[in-house]
Design a protein around this ligand. Structure first.
Ligand code: CA
Length: 338
């Protein structure tokens, strides 16, 4: 058992040169299998000295571009082609990925709300704790690949937070733009506590997070964007040889640097009903304009409730499934970064 007290075991030796494709074994006793363990897939490719980059996918289920991009990278990467160490966790919340849901069906927890986790907590907390104690300390940079999942649909973007430290801000911004996504976004979060993001940033390490499409399906174009991004970051950090490849050369749009500077860029459903977006993704919306309307199914005698843009901006996220309950995010606007 590692010093951290984690019950997770693995035959991975993080210090060994070469390529290792294996599992983190998370003890998971079940009615139908007494001594079972959950095999969370992991790939470690290492060659000599150099930076350690961690890519995570499947922190939520139902988000597919990240896991596929990382499984492809796991098959492609060979130690002789790199300098440093690449750690891939393509399906970190495995039970959630297997059922295509955001939360783990085992304990109903959101892996991205339980950091730093606990060695004797529920399954999701045990996974978070192992990552926090055994993997994050090895890393110089962490890239967490998300998509919109079932409930949201995004213009594909790579994002960073507003950072206080000028040096880290500059390094993170450079990596953000090297990714080559249609939008490089600087964002104020509304998610609250327990994020992997804050755990990584709190350790003084570089952190980026993507949203690669969504609505519960894999988009071939978003997958190409994710794959360009992971390769570009490996080039940017000097782990892979060669220059960063421009999105234009791949038939993808030029990166637009944007920001979500406050919570008034998020828009929520004012009542339950069917959400009617009045715009497609990427539309420019004026301040005060009606972004969408919510039609209550039980109040046909009243007009639909309007969602008005609190700011002028570009619609970068919208609701996936049509039916909403009060408080659901239905629209996210962003503005160009000056
Ligand atoms: Ca997500």
């Amino acid at each position: 058992m590692p010093e951290s007290g984690s019950p997770v075991t693995s035959d991975i030796d993080f210090e060994r040169d070469g390529k290792q494709v294996s599992y983190l074994r998370v003890p998971h006793s079940r009615n139908d299998s007494a001594w079972a363990s959950l095999p969370v897939p992991i790939t470690v490719v290492k060659n000599g000295e150099g930076p350690t980059i961690l890519f995570t996918g499947g922190v939520h289920g139902g988000e597919y571009e990240g896991p596929v991009a990382l499984m492809n990278l796991s098959r492609q990467l060979e130690p002789e082609a790199i300098e440093g160490r690449v750690i891939l966790l393509p399906a970190l919340n495995l039970p959630a990925v297997q059922v295509g849901q955001r939360l783990s069906p085992v304990d109903n927890k959101d892996l991205n709300r339980v950091f730093p986790g606990s060695p004797n907590g529920s399954l999701t907390e045990v996974i978070a704790h192992y990552v926090h104690e055994e993997i994050l300390p090895l890393c110089g940079a962490v890239i967490d690949l998300h998509s919109g999942g079932y409930s949201l649909d995004f213009v594909p973007y790579i994002s960073m937070h507003y950072l206080q430290d000028p040096g880290m801000n500059e390094r993170t911004r450079a990596a953000l733009e090297a990714f080559g996504a249609p939008i490089a976004l600087i964002i104020e979060e509304i998610s609250g506590e327990g994020l992997l993001d804050y755990a990584v940033e709190g350790m003084g390490k570089l952190f980026l997070c993507s949203e690669m499409g969504g609505a519960g399906r894999l988009s071939p174009r978003s997958l190409r964007i994710a794959e360009l991004g992971v390769h570009n970051l490996l080039r940017h950090f000097g782990v892979l040889e060669g220059e960063v490849v421009s999105p234009e050369s791949q038939g993808l749009p030029t990166t637009r640097v944007m920001e979500v500077p406050g919570i008034d860029y998020y828009h929520f459903a004012p009542q339950a009903g069917i959400y009617e977006s009045r715009f497609e993704l990427n539309a420019e919306v004026e301040k005060g304009e009606i972004v969408g309307r919510v039609h209550s199914l039980t109040a046909l005698e009243t007009p639909p409730r309007q969602v008005r843009a609190q700011r002028a901006g570009t619609l970068i996220a919208t609701r996936g499934p049509g039916y909403v309950t009060v408080g659901d995010t239905v629209a996210l606007l962003a503005q160009d970064r000056a």
